[in-house]
Design a protein around this ligand. Sequence first.
Ligand SMILES: *Cc1c(COP(=O)(O)O)cnc(C)c1O
Length: 384
Amino acid sequence: MHSLDTYAADKLERLGAASLLRRLKPTRRSAGAYVERDGRKLLSFSCNDYLGLAHHPAVKAAAQKAIEVHGTGAGASRLVTGDHPLLSELEARLARLKGTEACVVFGSGYLANTGVIPTFAGKGDIVLVDELAHACIWAGAQLSGARIIAFEHNNTDHLAELLAEHRSSARHAIVATDGVFSMDGDIAPLDWLSAVCEANDAWLLSDDAHGVGVLAEGKGSAALFPEAQVPLQMGTLSKALGSYGGYVCASQAVVELLKTRARTLVYTTGLPPSAVAAALAALDIIEADPALTALPLAKARAFTKAVGLPRATSPIVPVIIGKAQDALDASKALEAEGFLVVAIRPPTVPAGMARLRIAFSAEHPDAEIARLAELVKPYVKARA
Ligand SMILES: *Cc1c(COP(=O)(O)O)cnc(C)c1O
């Protein structure tokens, strides 16, 4: 056996023994938050398509029309010939939604975070990261070459202490956090974080992947804190907007610098026109229908009330199980009842904190949410 294969096989065996093996499962997503797996139809509580826009007729039609007009691929990186006109239209719309001067669209949310942090931090700088922030924030911080310092989850006092200790020895400081935490569903105190950053000349980066389209009438998590200054507002087109891609909304100067220096924009092909057109159509729907944007959170709150968990603050509700294998078993039991609720295990969440991550969609029928709540209640009680 080739040493490469031996290495892979050994590693797989160890991961399997620890219930940490992950496998791709072909899944057909259809309208109404239903999915088909292994020939079975399940109601999904694991998709991030919070508003069901990936199957919305107007969004699909916009993508199809863009293919007819602009073709299937961008053909080159944006700085060469891949900057098709739909991109600047989308950037203007996102900047308007977020109330910033400008916006730059990236190939994905992951590429946005791995592009923005190294553009504004490097050797001699510090990047302070909430310990529960998304993996691509950590990846961006690592790529930057700056010193990375974790602060306790949503703990602004700890952040202030760390800045007091380290800020003066660094040239620039970035503070990076999820706006809505992807595995816990809680919200970063952007008002307090902003105050600490302003007092220490640190640049606040908030990742609104799970806020845009579903919080504050679709404007996202930063809009919940009108006093907060968030100079770097990153997000994704891949969740509530039902498409694919990422963005950073910021001042004109910051966006101009990203467009000329962010390596994940410069050295990768521009988004396909269909993805951009779909996001534009999704924004039309979000801006025209605030009641739709409020539904995922309202449904999450109906669920937390029914199972006796603290009131949901976003459409994401974690039900902590503990051991990885127990979380897998719980997920399997729900699947037998017709629900897809994927178990989330380490390293995505800390060891001993494996969980069911339940994501609510505008499309979930209330009666099915009530049925899910009955099934999940025993797990909540067991941890209480
Ligand atoms: C999903 C997610 C991303 C990545 O966005 P993609 O567009 O899927 O690459 C970034 N940050 C957070 C918090 C996420 O949940």
